[in-house]
Design a protein around this ligand. Structure first.
Ligand code: FE
Length: 196
């Protein structure tokens, strides 16, 4: 399986050379680059993933499209993942009796555009190895106790696919507005280490 480490020194050097070449050719200014990065990072936070989940909870059609083709579905909400191409986003839905957990066993691939920077534990050797071997005990350490019969599916991110957990809509929220629902969704709920 090919797997790209975004932090490799050679990649960073290639980016530096590319930026210098574009600046030299008058195609890019430092200011435009800074603005683009600031704009991207401003949107790259758990609230963006939470907005996707809340829409899926209130609109069955969107939920279906999200599970079918997440890149296209989030684009409906103005979330542009074309910088990721050809990486695909895949949403995986928690259901009664079935829980999903995301990990990157080889490095730290993570849906940054929807969740913001990943937490340190996500990149830790302990999480990366144990999430696959013994997800139930990892979840217990996060204070997430699943009933014994609940099946856990662990999704290993790659250079090609990033995952987003679609948590179950909490009970007792039938009358809640979409923005109120979004406020209930946590980062860890989107990774699958917590329930919402
Ligand atoms: Fe990775």
């Amino acid at each position: 399986m090919s797997h790209v480490h975004a932090t490799s020194g050679s990649a960073a050097n290639r980016v530096k050379s590319l930026v210098a070449a574009l600046e030299g050719a008058g195609l890019l200014t430092e200011q435009r680059l800074d603005d683009a990065v600031a704009s991207f990072l401003g949107r790259a936070q758990p609230a963006t993933g939470a907005r996707v989940v809340a829409r899926a909870w209130v609109e069955a059609g969107f939920r279906g499209r999200l599970l079918d083709d997440a890149n296209a579905a989030v684009a409906e909400l103005g979330i542009d993942l074309t910088h990721w191409a050809p990486v695909k986003l895949r949403a995986v839905a928690n259901e009664p009796g079935r829980h999903n957990l995301i990990v990157c066993t080889l490095c730290s691939c993570y849906p940054l555009a929807l969740l913001g920077p990943s937490p340190a534990w996500y990149k830790s050797e302990a999480y990366r190895s144990r999430a696959v071997r013994d997800p139930r005990s990892i979840l217990a350490e996060f204070g997430t106790q699943l009933a014994p019969g609940v099946e856990i599916t662990v999704w290993d991110s790659t250079a090609e696919v990033r995952y987003l957990v679609l948590p179950e809509r909490p009970a007792g929220t039938a009358g809640a507005r979409e923005d109120e629902l979004a406020a209930l969704v946590t980062r860890d709920g989107l990774i699958g280490t917590a329930l919402v």
